[in-house]
Every structure is written in structure tokens, then in C-alpha cells.
Ligand binder design. Structure first.
Ligand code: C2E
Ligand code: MG
Ligand code: MG
Length: 800
């Protein structure tokens, strides 16, 4: 510390040492006094200090008068007195020379670093210029399999494969001459070393040099990279494999960061119609998503970015470069990396799956011919309609539509034509209803229409339905062009309304079906509403059917016999008429159950039973003189007659009972004869040859032409009772009866009148030339005992 005149005010202990003086010697002495040779440079620095500036230099090289050089760190700064005025300067000088001197590396120095060297995991090997080893740390011992003692003073060549020794030496010598003090020896994975057992291994090494006492030493830090190389190779390989997998997989892969595409594979490019990855990378992921799905996908991306758990797989719509869209399946996963999270998305084009799903749905729920909903989908729609009508309180209607005479079109014109008609009908039906209504095809020529939202009043709903039906009729009745010709078609419609009570699908369809049958019965091209009374009848019919099935085995049938007489009132035969003696309902007339039996085929076993019973009765009669010559008529249904085994079954019954077939007369109706004229003639002839005869029942009510009658092997015509009933009052009936009798005569057939109830009728019939009669006037149909009893009471001896 000096005053403005550069006289010492204070100084440090080191400063005293430097100048070789005591403290007292220096105080008050001028700096320039004790440094007479001080250079101008320093003086300038001091002046700056006295002027109030701080001047410093952290590393200054300074040449002494004796020529020696010193490294100095110094500063000169002003000091201020209590009034703030500059009181002088403070000089501080540090001699760094000693610290600055680079210490030459020696084995001793290295030994001092022994702790580090010993515990290093890398091998540390020092060699001299002759390449003799002077340091070999424990890691080197482990790595090379030599102890330090073994290797000291040996050349480094022992550690290097023979082929590499020369190159190695050259390398080190070159390094010795270079200006750098350290460098890595070669690129990793290429340098090899050899162990004491001769095995070679891959190393990575760096080398540094130092001189000690004029001698150069080289220190190598060596690392065994066999394992690391192996791992790296494995890693590289697995990376390559992964890359191949990604590139060759049929799945599109996209990597993204913060919603921006980073990388995509070839499949992805192909899927989205891009030519190169550059077109999509760097773009927002969302651009490959159809606009209507963006909000959804964006939401997922954002939630995923926030780290929220998001369903990783979902379906969406992709947007191709050309603007076309396609369904995709996306499976995305976010993975955290050191440089931030990446999202990996796998994308599969699911157009084909979607298409086949759609196809399956179409096959399962739509009719293949008309593409209308089928029965299954109808059930669905109907259920929905029912629910919605329950909810809104508004009526709906179910229309069951059946084409009239479709079967004959199909049979005569072929199925292709039939199909063409059905397709056109489907289109027309759809044109009649609103978009919200359903049209379905149940199969065959049956269609169903569901009308919804028909108002809250049943009357109004019915009126609306009626007007829609009228529209349907008009539309369906318009001519169709089928192949090359025009076709006209009518339909029958059954309707049931829904909405006022809980009903099931099945109930409704059944109701509409019943109504449709009523419409058909009413004469086609008609529409009928379902009526609960109708349902009752049908239910009763169903019960009857069930009971009818059991009637035969429960022996509930019985034949009643009605007498037939000649012009002189002499009995010559009987008609057997079936009765069902029901345990609860009592006697049921054939008018109530024959049609049902025919519909259900039950007429076959029942008819067979009639044939058997009649033959058995003829056999019994044959044993009695009074009845021996009676003929017995039985009624035969068309169903029965057309069975291929009919002829045999009659013949068998006749033969089994050993009766005269001439006693058996089969009554057929005109409708039977018309069904298939050639077949009819063949069957009749076969039975005639055998001796059985035929009577044509209910004659006059059908349409048989004389032409046909001529060809049939008939025995008799039976005038229908409807003509007999009014014969006394209706002259046209008389005319009909006259014609029938004339016709019979011309064909050489017998004539019998049925339903004769009064003497007056009998008289007129006799007058017209009729000679055989049946009716209440002579006797009602009665059980056999009664019949036999009546016969034996009869005053007129039979056959006389
Ligand atoms: P159908 O063959 O024309 O039989 C005549 C019907 O007229 C019988 O009715 C008979 O009882 C009734 N009748 C007879 N005389 C008179 C009369 O003076 N006045 C009136 N009003 N009616 C008279 P039923 O027995 O009720 O039989 C009805 C129909 O059922 C028969 O008509 C026949 O077509 C059919 N039928 C009866 N039995 C059988 C059978 O065993 N098999 C088949 N397939 N059908 C049968
Ligand atoms: Mg009859
Ligand atoms: Mg009759």
C-alpha cells in the first residue's frame, strides 16, 4: 500500500520476503527507490492507479533484469481516505511461475496417481520410446491375462496381433512427432489386441504422450469393446429387422410427435395415395383423416398428448391424397423417449372388412331378389314401430299384401318372369309409402308394409290406411311389362292397426294375415281390416283341427245312412254320410269339418275309414235277404281320389270284405272331375273295370261340359238339392232339372234327385222323368240300427 508519492504505507509478509527487508525498513521508503530500474510500463500502470483506475492482468509474462522470465498475476488499484479522496494505490503481484511450469510425466508421478489408475476399469498401459511397458494397471492385467511383473520391460508387441504390430509402431511413432498430446487410436470396432492365451479381442484406445527427463512416454487407455460391439451389432441387427418388419408389414405405420407426422412406411403411403414420405412428414396427422372424423381424432390426440388414458384402438375414416375416403382401423400408442414422447400409430385399411360386414348384413337382413328388408329385419322394424307408437300414442298399421294368382304366373311363365314381377311390385310398393315407412318381403308373393305415425284416433288411422291401400291397389294394378308381354296383377291386402294395446310382432302379423285371407275370400283385389270376431272363428278352427286329428283313433266318427228309393218308393240303396260324434259338442256335421280335413290332409285317413266301413256294411247287408241287393253310395274327396294308391285301397277293401263291387257307388263332385281330366278318366276306368260305379254328386252346380261327361265312365247324375228345393216355385229350376234329366238320358245315365222333402217336389220330379230319389221325405240320415229297423218295417218289400 503506497501513498501518492509511491512511498510504502504497508506491505505483506511475502512482499518483505521478496525484497529481503524488514517491515520497518520498508515503511516510508519510496517504491522507485528500492526499484531504481523499474520500467516505464509499470510507472504508467501506477499513474493510472493514482488517477483512480484499477488495472489488472491475470497472466503476464515478465522478464527480470537477470534475464529470467516470470509468470505474474497482478493488479493495481487506488485506495480512498475517509473523505473519499484517493489516498494512494495498492499493488498486488502473484508469481505464478512455479505453478505454470508443466511438470514432466514420470512413472513416479503416475504411481502417485496410483489410486485412480488401479481402480480404473479401462486398461492403462504406459510404454517408453522403445515400446517397453512401464505401467500396466490391474484392469490391463485382467484384460490381457498378464501380471504387471510379467509384462514390465516387455515390448507392447506382446499385446498386439502379429499382423498389426508394424502398423501399430508406425502409428505411435508418428503420433510422437505430432503437435497434439492425445488422440484416439482408431475408429471403434477396428482395433484388435491379443491376450496371453493368444485369443484376440476388439479394443478401443486413446493415447497420450508426455516427456519425462527428455524421454517420451506413451500412455494408452484401452477398453475391451467386444461386448459393446456385440451389443451394438445386435442392436443394429434388431433395428434392421424392425425396419424390415415395418416396411414389409401389410400394416401402415406412422410416427408422430405433438400431432405432426414424423415418419411413415411404404404401406402408409400406398394406403393414403402418396408418392413419398416427404409429402406427409412434417404435416399435421389430422390431415389424413376425413373432415367429419377430425374432431374425434383430434380429441384423442390431445388427450394422449396430455398423458390422459385414451382407448388405443378405434375405427375412423381416412382421407386419401385424391380426396377419396376409406374406413381405417387405428391403433396408437405413445412412448416416452429421452427427446420427448412419440406416438406410434398402426393403420389398417378396413374397406374390405367393412364391405363384407355390409354384405353379410345385406344377406342377413335383406331379400336378395327385391333388396327389400326380409322377415328378420321386418321383425326389428315392427318392434321399433310398436315401441314408438306406445311412446307417442300415435297409431300405426301393418299391411299384409299378397298378389293374386301369382302361383299361376309362376307356373305358366316360369320363375324368371315371376321374379321380374316381384321386383317391379317391390319398387311400386315403395313408391306408395313415405320414406319413414317400411316395405318388406316375407317370401313368395307376400309383402308387408308398416305405416307409422297415423294419428292418435283409430278412425283417422283407419281412414289414412284405407287411402294408402287404395293408392297401393292403383299402383299395383297398372300393367307390368314382363319380358315381351303385358301383365295385369291384383293383390289382396289385410290390415291391422296397432297402438292401442300391447301386442307382439307375431300377433300383429297373424292378424294382418287373417285379414288378408278374408280379403282373398271376398274376391281378390280387396282390402280387409282385421276384426277380432274373425280371430275367434280362426281360433275355434284351430281347436277343431287339433281335435280332428285325434277323432279317428278315438273312434269318434260314425256313418249315417240315408235311404234312396225308386219311383214307386221302394228302397234300393243308401248314401253313407259321415258324422263326428264329439264327446262335448255332440254331433258335428260334415259341413263343419270336411273342408278342414281336406286342408289338413286328414281327409286321407278319414276317407280310407269311410271306404272300409262302407265295405264292411255291404258285407253285413249281403248276409240278409232284405238288404242283400242294396247299393251304398259314399262321398269321395278330390284329395283322396288323386292319391296314387286310391284305386288299390278301394280294391283291397272290396276284396278283403269279399263283397260285390257293384254294390259300391263312389260319389264325386264336378270340381273333382275337372282337376285333371285324363287322370280322372284313368282312375275311374281302373275302378270301373273292377266293378265299382260312379255317381256325379251335386250335379248342375259345376261347369262340366257335355264334352267331358261323355268321356267319363259314369253310372249316374245326382241332381243337386238346390234345384230341388225351389222346384215348386221357380220355373228356371224346373228348366234346369229338365235339362239335367235330358242330358242323363242322352248319355244313358241314371238320374237321382237329392234333397226331396215334399210330395209336391217328388211329383214334379216324376213328371220330368226322374226315377230315383233321396231326401227327408223318405228318411233322414240315421245310424245303421235305425236304418235297418226302418227298412224291415217298410211295407214295401225291397227288390220286388
Ligand atoms: P252330399 O253328398 O250332397 O250329401 C247330401 C247332404 O244333404 C247331406 O248333408 C244330407 O244330410 C243332406 N240331405 C239329405 N236329404 C236332405 C233333405 O231332404 N233336405 C236337406 N236340406 N238336406 C238333405 P250332410 O250329411 O250334412 O253332408 C254334407 C256334405 O258333406 C255331403 O254332401 C258331402 O259332400 C259331404 N260328406 C258327407 N259325408 C262324407 C264323407 O264320408 N266323405 C266326404 N268326402 N264327404 C262327405
Ligand atoms: Mg253325396
Ligand atoms: Mg249332394
Amino acid at each position: 500500500m503506497l501513498d501518492p508519492d509511491m512511498k510504502y504505507l504497508a506491505c505483506s509478509q511475502r512482499w518483505l520476503q521478496e525484497y529481503g527487508r524488514g517491515y520497518a525498513d520498508l515503511l516510508g521508503v519510496g517504491h522507485y527507490e528500492i526499484n531504481p530500474d523499474i520500467g516505464e510500463v509499470w510507472k504508467a500502470v501506477y499513474r493510472r492507479g493514482l488517477a483512480g483506475e484499477t488495472v489488472r492482468n491475470d497472466e503476464d509474462i515478465w522478464r527480470q533484469a537477470d534475464g529470467s522470465e516470470h509468470w505474474l498475476r497482478w493488479f493495481v488499484m487506488p485506495w480512498h481516505d475517509e473523505k473519499g479522496a484517493i489516498g494512494g494505490i495498492i499493488i498486488s503481484i502473484d508469481d505464478l511461475t512455479e505453478r505454470k511450469q508443466i511438470e514432466p510425466v514420470s512413472t513416479e508421478t503416475l504411481a502417485r496417481l496410483g489410486g485412480i489408475v488401479d481402480s480404473a476399469t479401462d486398461a492403462i498401459i504406459t510404454v517408453d520410446e522403445e515400446m517397453r511397458v512401464s505401467l500396466f494397471n490391474p484392469a490391463a492385467e485382467r484384460m490381457f491375462g498378464y501380471s504387471a511383473e510379467e509384462i514390465y520391460d516387455q515390448t507392447i508387441d506382446r499385446l498386439i496381433p502379429v499382423g498389426l504390430q508394424q502398423a501399430h509402431r508406425r502409428h505411435i511413432q508418428r503420433f510422437g512427432k505430432e503437435g497434439v498430446t492425445s488422440r484416439s487410436m482408431t475408429s471403434p470396432g477396428q482395433l484388435r489386441a491379443v491376450r496371453s492365451d493368444g485369443s484376440e479381442f476388439l479394443i478401443e484406445a486413446s493415447i497420450s504422450k508426455a516427456s519425462v527427463g527428455g524421454e517420451q512416454y506413451f500412455t494408452a487407455i484401452v477398453r475391451d469393446v467386444t461386448e459393446r460391439n456385440r451389443t451394438q451389432n445386435l442392436l443394429r441387427e434388431s433395428e434392421m429387422r424392425l425396419r424390415a418388419l415395418i416396411e414389409q408389414s401389410p400394416i401402415g405405420l406412422a410416427t408422430s410427435r405433438d400431432g405432426v407426422t414424423v415418419d411413415v412406411n411404404a404401406v402408409y403411403l400406398q394406403m393414403f395415395g402418396y408418392d413419398s414420405a416427404a409429402e406427409v412428414c412434417g404435416q399435421p396427422v389430422i390431415e389424413q383423416i376425413a373432415p367429419r372424423c377430425r374432431a374425434d381424432v383430434e380429441g384423442r390426440i390431445k388427450r394422449r398428448m396430455r398423458g390422459e388414458s385414451v382407448e388405443s384402438s378405434y375405427e375412423s375414416i381416412g382421407l386419401r391424397k385424391d380426396g377419396s375416403q376409406f374406413p381405417i382401423f387405428i391403433s396408437a400408442n405413445r412412448i416416452e423417449f429421452n427427446d420427448g414422447p412419440l406416438t406410434f400409430a398402426f393403420l389398417i385399411d378396413i374397406s374390405r372388412q367393412k364391405a363384407s360386414e355390409e354384405e353379410i348384413r345385406r344377406l342377413a337382413f335383406y331379400d336378395h331378389l327385391t333388396s327389400l328388408p326380409n322377415r328378420r329385419l321386418l321383425q326389428d322394424r315392427l318392434e321399433q314401430a310398436l315401441r314408438s307408437s306406445q311412446r307417442t300414442g300415435r297409431y300405426g298399421a301393418l299391411l299384409f299384401i299378397d298378389l293374386d294368382d301369382f302361383k299361376s304366373l309362376n307356373d305358366t311363365m316360369g320363375h324368371d318372369t315371376g321374379d321380374a314381377l316381384l321386383q317391379q311390385v317391390a319398387v311400386r310398393l315403395k313408391s306408395c309409402v313415405r320414406e319413414s315407412d317400411s316395405v318388406a318381403r316375407l317370401g313368395g308373393d307376400e309383402f308387408v308394409v308398416i305405416l307409422e305415425d297415423l294419428g292418435v284416433e283409430s278412425v283417422g288411422a283407419a281412414q289414412q290406411t284405407e287411402s294408402i291401400s287404395t293408392k297401393i291397389f292403383a299402383t299395383l294394378n297398372a300393367p307390368y311389362r314382363l319380358v315381351s308381354h303385358e301383365y295385369h296383377c291384383t293383390a289382396s291386402i289385410g290390415v291391422t292397426l296397432f297402438g292401442d294395446q300391447k301386442q307382439t310382432n307375431e300377433e300383429l302379423i297373424k292378424q294382418a294375415d287373417i285379414a288378408m285371407y278374408q280379403a282373398k275370400k271376398a274376391g281378390r283385389n280387396n282390402m280387409r281390416f282385421f276384426d277380432p270376431k274373425m280371430q275367434e272363428t280362426i281360433n275355434a278352427q284351430a281347436t277343431l283341427e287339433g281335435e280332428l286329428r285325434q277323432a279317428l283313433e278315438r273312434r269318434q266318427f260314425q256313418l249315417f245312412y240315408q235311404i234312396q228309393v225308386d219311383g214307386a218308393n221302394r228302397p234300393f240303396g243308401a248314401e253313407a254320410l259321415i258324422r263326428w260324434i264329439h264327446p262335448e259338442r255332440g254331433l258335428i256335421s260334415p259341413a263343419r269339418f270336411i273342408a278342414l280335413a281336406e286342408d289338413t290332409e286328414l281327409i286321407l285317413p278319414i276317407g280310407q275309414w269311410v271306404v272300409e266301413t262302407a265295405c264292411a256294411q255291404i258285407k253285413i247287408w249281403a248276409q240278409n235277404a232284405l238288404t242283400r241287393d242294396l247299393v251304398l253310395c259314399i262321398n269321395v274327396s278330390a284329395k283322396q281320389f288323386y292319391r296314387s294308391d286310391f284305386v288299390d285301397s278301394v280294391r283291397n277293401a272290396v276284396q278283403r270284405n269279399a263283397i260285390n263291387p257293384g254294390r259300391l257307388i263312389l260319389e264325386l263332385t264336378e270340381s273333382v272331375l275337372l282337376e285333371d281330366i285324363e287322370d280322372t278318366i284313368a282312375t275311374m276306368k281302373a275302378l270301373c273295370e273292377f266293378g265299382v260305379r260312379f255317381s256325379l254328386d251335386d250335379f248342375g252346380t259345376g261347369y262340366s261340359s257335355l264334352q267331358y261327361l261323355k268321356r267319363l265312365p259314369l253310372h249316374q247324375l245326382k241332381i243337386d238339392q238346390s234345384f230341388v228345393r225351389d222346384i215348386t216355385v221357380d220355373s228356371s229350376d224346373v228348366a234346369i232339372v229338365q235339362t239335367i234329366i235330358a242330358m242323363a238320358r242322352s248319355l244313358n245315365l241314371g238320374v237321382i234327385a237329392e234333397g226331396v222333402e215334399t210330395e209336391e217336389q217328388r211329383q214334379i220330379l216324376i213328371g220330368e222323368g226322374c226315377d230315383e230319389f233321396q231326401g227327408y221325405l223318405f228318411g233322414r240320415p240315421v245310424v245303421i240300427e235305425e236304418f235297418d229297423a226302418a227298412l224291415s218295417r217298410s211295407s214295401m218289400p225291397f227288390g220286388s
